[in-house]
Design a protein. Structure first.
Length: 93
């Protein structure tokens, strides 16, 4: 048996042109994406080799913000926040 085709009773709505955005909006999006991917690149470079040692062996120079160091004296990882070493809760160690 052949079933009859269903015919719409009215024409479908045609898509309406989207909003027009200012160029500064696109620039903000592009800058955000650039910062995001640069951060990923820097993160992978920094954390590719996790340094470890005692509290006395912590690096004193050459740290980058966000660098991780596993302190074997404390028994947990610590992070450099740009000025000092902190634990995961942000307290100086």
């Amino acid at each position: 048996m052949i079933e009859p085709a269903i015919v719409p009773t009215k024409a479908p709505n045609l898509p309406v042109a989207g909003p027009v955005y200012d160029q500064s909006y696109f620039n903000q999006i592009l800058n955000t994406l650039r910062l995001y991917f640069v951060q990923i690149d820097n993160f992978s470079r920094i954390t590719s080799t996790v340094r470890y040692g005692t509290t006395a062996q912590r690096p004193a120079v050459g740290q980058t913000t966000g660098q991780m160091y596993f302190d074997t004296t404390l028994g947990y990882p610590i992070f450099y926040n740009g000025t000092k070493w902190v634990n995961s809760s942000g307290a100086a160690v």
